[in-house]
Design a protein around this ligand. Structure first.
Ligand SMILES: [Zn+2]
Length: 106
């Protein structure tokens, strides 16, 4: 089966058209894949789109930086507490062993 592209007016094999709607007659897009690719590229290349993307990435990065910093700060504090607890527990549990060890060192 073949179909004429609405954009470049070239008759192309149906394979050259993106499937859009399976319910519709042929379910294919009006423009061929090539035209669609070109259109997408032009869209992406548009300055305002590029600018928006850059802005978005900047915001995304900054928002995440705050999150990251908070996360790490929280992690450090939590870890410090945990280490303190751990050391205490360790000393309590191993008091005998530590004593023995210290004795053996003399
Ligand atoms: Zn085309």
């Amino acid at each position: 089966m073949e179909k004429t592209c609405n954009i470049c007016q070239v008759i192309k094999n149906l394979e050259e058209f993106v499937t859009k709607n399976r319910v519709k007659k042929d379910g294919k897009a009006a423009e061929c894949k090539e035209c669609q690719k070109k259109r997408n590229k032009e869209y992406r290349d548009r300055a305002e789109v590029k600018e928006r993307k850059k802005e978005y990435e900047k915001h995304y990065y900054e928002n995440n930086k705050v999150l990251r910093d908070n996360y790490h700060a929280g992690w450090r504090i939590e870890n410090k507490e945990r280490k303190k607890e751990y050391d205490l527990e360790y000393r309590k549990e191993n008091a005998e062993k530590i004593k023995q060890y210290q004795k053996s060192q003399i």
